[in-house]
Write a protein that binds this ligand. Sequence first.
Ligand SMILES: [Zn+2]
Length: 128
Amino acid sequence: MDTQTVFVTIRGIISTIINYKDVKNNKGLYDEILKLRGLANELYKENQRLLKENKDLKEKLEISNQLTVNETYQCYEIKEGNRNGFYCANCYDNNKKSIRLKYTIEYNGAKLYKCTNCNTNYFDAESE
Ligand SMILES: [Zn+2]
């Protein structure tokens, strides 16, 4: 059962319990069940936050496993898949940020790639 289903089920059970006459007539019990509902909400929010964080970490790990050094441009590169392309070595080495480089110009056969995050330029040193 996924978290969403568990949460909806718990909310349903709490609603059922709270509607019992015995519960409605018992202020102490009623208040405790309201607290329980609030705690269930907090648990759900925390779970959603952790799921997102886990997804982001998996993506980062997947990227770090795919990065290789591109000797020509001295940047990182992913050669296959939908993330293929050049990545900024400066951003990745300093902050573990995977920033895809933007192709900028071609001048006398020299291609230039730029990081839109830290503005580092990457060019083919051998073409000069
Ligand atoms: Zn950068």
